[in-house]
Design a protein around this ligand. Structure first.
Ligand code: 1GP
Length: 294
């Protein structure tokens, strides 16, 4: 019997997920989530990161809906390193169900655009324990500058068979932690990219490209005091064929714009959702960030 942490729950979740779910790879006008993500629309887009450990599933779904109304284009579910699969799964289900209801409601309203609710719900895992069959896709990541095998391929080997069974689409992602790095830098045993290491980040981007990764995620750490240095983004941007995702420490429209102007295809924010006083404050914050993107 598989002793992978959470394996029993995952088997149960798989049984629950035996019914067809709308979260399938072709939900968005025959696009896979990778196509949706990698499609260059000539504008930086915004991801709302929801950490399932930080609120109950119903609150997560309400936050996700407000985020989409405010202009966010994708939902990541994950973040904390020790959240049980049950919580991750319940959060994905709640968000998917909320989006399905909004899609249905919009389909009944000639004034509404139901396609705005065809939003991917993507796992952003801390490891093989944080998986759910209710997600559309997963950022299937190699923490490229980790010094531990576990974060390079170990967790991935444990998770891959479940993802295959679940039919969760993998987004091949090189994940690189930059200074200050925060908790993910510590837990992930990362040799941080320092803010002046332009050549090094370029080498990581080239390596990601040569491995065939489609996404490159430059991470400063959740709640970081400073965002990824825009010069690092510019340096990674010069490597072709990678969709550039940037997150960590972005809280203001000005910071979002800096990352956007430096060449980010997507920016990710998490903390600004978590510490918003209420849904209206969240709406204002996300609108401000989205409207600042180039
Ligand atoms: C963390 O990049 C994300 O993995 C988001 O960071 O919480 O600082 O927005 P924040």
């Amino acid at each position: 019997m598989d002793s992978t942490p959470g394996a029993a729950m995952l088997r149960n979740a798989y049984a629950v997920a035996a019914k067809p779910r709308s979260g399938n790879p072709m939900r968005r006008n025959d696009q896979t989530t990778l196509e949706y993500t990698a499609n260059d629309i000539g504008q930086t887009r915004h991801v709302t990161l929801i950490d399932p450990a930080k609120q109950d599933p119903n609150t997560a779904a309400n936050r996700a809906m407000v985020a989409i109304e405010a202009g966010s284009s994708m939902i990541f579910v994950g973040g904390s390193t020790d959240t049980p699969d049950e919580i991750v799964h319940a959060t994905c289900v709640a968000i998917q169900e909320a989006f399905e209801l909004r899609t249905f409601a919009a389909s009944q309203d000639p004034e509404a655009d139901e396609t705005m609710w065809h939003i991917p719900v993507v796992l952003f895992p801390g490891g093989a324990h944080a998986l759910s069959p209710a997600a559309d896709a997963i950022t299937f990541m190699m923490l490229m500058n980790s010094t531990e095998r576990r974060f390079l391929v170990g967790e991935q080997i444990r998770g891959a068979p479940y993802l295959k069974k679940f039919g969760v689409e993998a987004l091949p992602t090189g994940y690189v932690v930059c200074a200050p790095g925060g908790r993910v830098g510590e837990v992930g045993a990362a040799e941080l990219i320092q803010s002046e290491d332009h050549d090094l980040v370029h080498a990581y981007a080239l390596t990601a490209q040569m491995y065939g990764f489609k996404l490159l995620y430059l991470e400063a750490g959740s709640g970081a005091s400073t965002q990824v240095n825009p010069k690092l983004i510019e340096s990674a941007r010069t490597v072709e064929g990678l969709t550039l995702v940037v997150g960590g420490g972005i809280r203001t429209p000005e910071q979002a714009q800096r990352a956007s102007q430096a060449g980010a295809d997507w920016i990710v924010t998490g903390t600004l959702t978590e510490d918003a006083a209420d849904l209206e404050e969240l709406r204002t914050r996300i609108s401000g960030v989205v409207n600042a993107l180039n």
